[in-house]
Design a protein around this ligand. Structure first.
Ligand code: ADP
Ligand code: ADP
Length: 227
């Protein structure tokens, strides 16, 4: 069973602009799917439709075997990590990571366990009492990921999560994300402009242009590099 299924997905914005046209993709469990393509080709729009942040104009979106077109974002078993980390500045790292769980009325001791586990995975255990302004860019990005991980979602959506980091940190975080993917055994859709990220992280790459999928293939086949 595919983990995610996008069937004939279209998006027309209220102004009449057709941002995504007949998008079809079956994503297997634990795949790491990369969306690439020029700015404005519809990558974010597609991601936002999967997340439920943008209405699907037509087509069918399934997570597992459930049609989720009309399911609220919070009930989709999906977590999204953006390029601007959107941490709460007045809250500590711990509270930033715990916040979504608190809203869901998860019991306190369970929240504590989940936050501490995620902090360990992301090497944030010693930073739990800090506020975001006392963190480096890479640490903030890890907290943003921590907020997603504690929810233990089936699917992670990442929209250029590393684009605000400097080159060195980007390489470091790329390795972190790769490890995270293996450790969590999650399905990931990841938008990037960076060909190295696409090649090293992706199990399959979706190339988009003008709202249309041009090609779907493995990094090996797409970039034609040996082994
Ligand atoms: P990408 O992520 O590939 O850069 P987007 O999905 O953000 O592309 O945008 C796809 C196209 O849809 C762009 O031409 C963009 O200007 C347009 N677009 C995005 N949001 C809206 C909106 N709310 N109303 C009208 N057009 C939009
Ligand atoms: P959820 O995944 O349920 O949205 P979050 O912890 O991400 O859980 O967010 C909880 C609520 O807080 C949501 O209603 C969301 O819109 C809002 N929210 C998320 N990030 C911010 C932010 N940086 N500033 C203000 N509100 C936010």
């Amino acid at each position: 069973m595919a983990s995610l299924s996008l069937q004939h997905i279209n998006k027309t914005y209220p102004n009449g602009f057709e941002a995504v046209k007949d998008f079809n993709l079956e994503i297997e469990d634990k795949e790491f799917i990369i969306f690439v393509g020029p700015s404005g080709c519809g990558k974010s729009t597609t991601l936002r439709m999967v997340a439920g942040l943008e209405e699907i104009t037509s087509g069918v979106l399934k997570i597992g075997d459930r049609v989720v077109n009309d399911v609220e974002p919070k009930d989709r078993d999906i977590a999204m990590v953006f390029q601007n980390y959107a941490l709460y500045p007045h809250m500590t790292v711990y509270d930033n990571m715990a916040f979504g769980l608190k809203l869901r009325k998860v019991p306190k001791d369970q929240i504590d366990k989940m936050v501490k586990e995620a902090a360990k995975i992301l090497d944030l255990d010693k930073l739990l009492d800090r506020k975001p302004k006392a963190l480096s860019g890479g640490q903030r990005q890890r907290v943003a990921m921590g907020r997603a991980i504690v929810r233990d979602p089936k699917v992670f959506l990442m929209d250029e999560p590393l684009s605000n980091l400097d080159a060195k940190l980007r390489v470091q975080m790329r390795i972190e994300i790769s490890k995270l993917h293996q450790r969590l055994g999650a399905t990931i859709i990841y938008v990037t402009h960076d060909q190295t990220e696409a090649m090293t992280l992706g199990t399959r790459i979706v190339v988009m242009k003008d709202g249309v999928v041009q090609q779907v293939d493995t990094p090996q086949n797409l970039y034609n590099y040996p082994d």
